[in-house]
Design a protein around this ligand. Structure first.
Ligand code: UFG
Length: 328
């Protein structure tokens, strides 16, 4: 019996695949390598360089393996890009997931762990977000993930499949020894960009300084990629033991402003860097902070790397060891 990981060559997916292989599971990875890296895929996994929107290739994969569950990370995930290319997000995220679900239905795969996002909540003002906060996406990325969640929900109602939808807040950090990490091209996320500004003297701009937050810059809730993927292992195991479908927020419960991120990166690297203040980035809510009590209580999730410093230290380790990122 195997686990299929869609998007297993991506930043979060590759960390999850390694963790699954470490615990002895048989892992199959499907990744079109639009944004992922072949080098990031654990060599113990069986790798298919396919797009999950390719129904013929996907059916062949499902025929070839006795799959007990799917963990689905494959998607475009940049808020700013989604504002410029909304239809790409509906095609690559929603339409491709529809194909995946149809194949899962036909092969009667009993469980799905789904990579969702805090972007489904939109702009909640100062409210801390629980899973009961009504979703009101304010960008096509969040809208596409919400549509995927709803498709999964209704398919599960009809087929008896069970799922867990994991709404991530801001994921950062790297495998602790610096051998896996974050390498988006182009990079859009604040922590890797700030780390590169510090280590490689690259320019750095904070988008927006007039938000209704204490220092005027956006506030986000950062979760270490290792804690995030550990939560997926818990979700998978709970589903396999018969847990009901559920939705979980995954964050730390602490909000850090973009200005605070800059200071924290400078502290870890010891290298200050100049900061420019630019206009707001379209689609950005002012503040996103999670209440993640539900997954702690129901699945026993206990983050191991809760401090912002620990997250940034691991990111710096990865960037120092891989100044140019992955080789592919
Ligand atoms: N930012 C800058 N300068 C940069 C890059 C980012 O100021 O060079 C700012 C952004 O404008 C935003 C904050 O840093 O205010 C965080 O931006 P990121 O791009 O790092 O992350 P997002 O909050 O936009 O998005 C991330 C994931 C999404 C997820 C979301 C949920 O990419 O998939 O977190 O909070 F939906």
């Amino acid at each position: 019996m195997s686990i299929l990981v869609c998007g297993g060559a991506g930043y979060i997916g590759s960390h999850f695949v390694r963790m699954l292989c470490d615990q002895g599971d048989d892992v199959v990875v499907a990744d079109a390598l639009f944004t992922g890296h072949r080098e990031a895929v654990d060599p113990r996994a069986t790798f298919y360089p396919i797009n999950i929107a390719d129904e013929v290739a996907l059916r062949e994969l499902f025929e070839a393996h006795d799959l007990q569950a799917v963990v689905h990370f494959a998607a475009y995930s940049q808020v700013g890009e989604s504002m410029k290319k909304p239809l790409d997000y509906f095609e690559n995220n929603v339409a491709a997931t529809l194909t995946l679900l149809q194949v899962m239905r036909d092969f009667q795969i009993p469980h799905l762990v789904f990579s969702s996002t805090a972007a489904v909540y939109g702009d909640p003002g100062n409210e801390d977000l629980t899973e009961k906060t009504p979703p009101r996406p304010m960008n096509p990325y969040g809208e596409s993930k919400l549509a995927m969640e709803r498709m999964i929900h209704w398919m599960a109602e009809a087929t008896g499949m069970t799922y867990m939808s994991m709404r991530y807040f801001n994921v950062a950090g790297a495998w602790p020894d610096g051998t896996l990490g974050e390498d988006h091209r182009p990079e859009t996320h604040i922590i890797p960009i700030a780390v590169n500004a510090s280590l490689k003297s690259r320019p750095f701009t904070i988008f927006g300084s007039d938000y209704p937050t204490p220092d005027g810059t956006c506030v986000r809730d950062y979760v270490h990629v290792m804690d995030l993927v550990a939560a997926h292992l818990l979700a998978l195991s709970a589903l396999q033991k018969g847990a009901a479908s559920s939705i979980y927020n995954l964050g730390s419960g602490s909000g850090y402003s973009n200005g605070a991120i800059v200071r924290a990166v400078e502290e870890v690297t010891g290298v200050p860097f100049p900061v420019t203040y630019g206009p707001r980035r379209p689609g950005d809510p002012a503040r996103l902070v999670a209440v993640s009590q539900k997954i702690r209580q129901e699945l026993g999730w206990t983050p191991q790397y809760e401090s912002l410093r620990a997250i940034i230290e691991s990111a710096v380790r990865w960037h120092r060891a891989h100044p140019e990122g992955y080789s592919d």
